[in-house]
Every structure is written in structure tokens, then in C-alpha cells.
Design a protein around this ligand. Sequence first.
Ligand SMILES: [Zn+2]
Ligand SMILES: [Zn+2]
Ligand SMILES: [Zn+2]
Length: 124
Amino acid sequence: MSAREYQCSKCGTKTARGAKRCSNPECRAELAFCSFCKDVVTYELAENTGGKVRRDLYRCGKCGERVLKCRTWILGGSCNGLARAGSRWHRQICDDCKGGATEFAKRVGVLALGSALGSVLRRK
Ligand SMILES: [Zn+2]
Ligand SMILES: [Zn+2]
Ligand SMILES: [Zn+2]
């Protein structure tokens, strides 16, 4: 796709589009790809805003929007996307995975289906 270069927003080291951590040994910042600002960003846990504390809710270090780790990521996939918070759980996937752009996303779908079938069978 594009030859755009990304960098760690903390130390400025060049980083890959899919990096989950800065490659600079003195930085090692946790990185993710934000669905809002379309950039590799640092992120932090969003503070409690009066309601329930949501441990899975993060805030983009660049645009400040509330984000969630992409479901593909949570399931151990290669994705490092941050999905827009507020989506329903089954839609908590980043734009890349949403478009079915990655083969992995499809495989996760198949796996989820497989384990659902498996639990049905085990119930006997
Ligand atoms: Zn860095
Ligand atoms: Zn952002
Ligand atoms: Zn994703």
C-alpha cells in the first residue's frame, strides 16, 4: 500500500505500521495503530470518568480519543489496531480487520465458530 513511514510518538524512532512496541531499547513504548488518527501512537489506560472503571478502555496518546484494543489483537492476532470505543463488543475491531482486509481476521472468525461448535458438542 502506501510507503508512509511511521514513528514512535515518544522518541521518534522509525517503527513499523504493525509494531506493538517501540524498537528503541531505551524507549520500548507500547504502540498501537489508532483508528481515529490513522497513525502509530502510544496509548494509556483511560481514567475513570465517573462511571464504572473499564480496564479495557484506552486513550490514544495522540488524538486523545477513547479506544479499545482490536478484538483480533486480544485474541492473539498480529493486529495492533485500536478500535473506536463505543462500538458493541462484536464490532470492537479496527478498521483493517473490519474490512476483512487481513486473512487473520477471517481465521479468527472461523476459530470462534469452531470453538462455539466445540462447546455445544462437549455439552452432551
Ligand atoms: Zn519510542
Ligand atoms: Zn488517535
Ligand atoms: Zn484489528
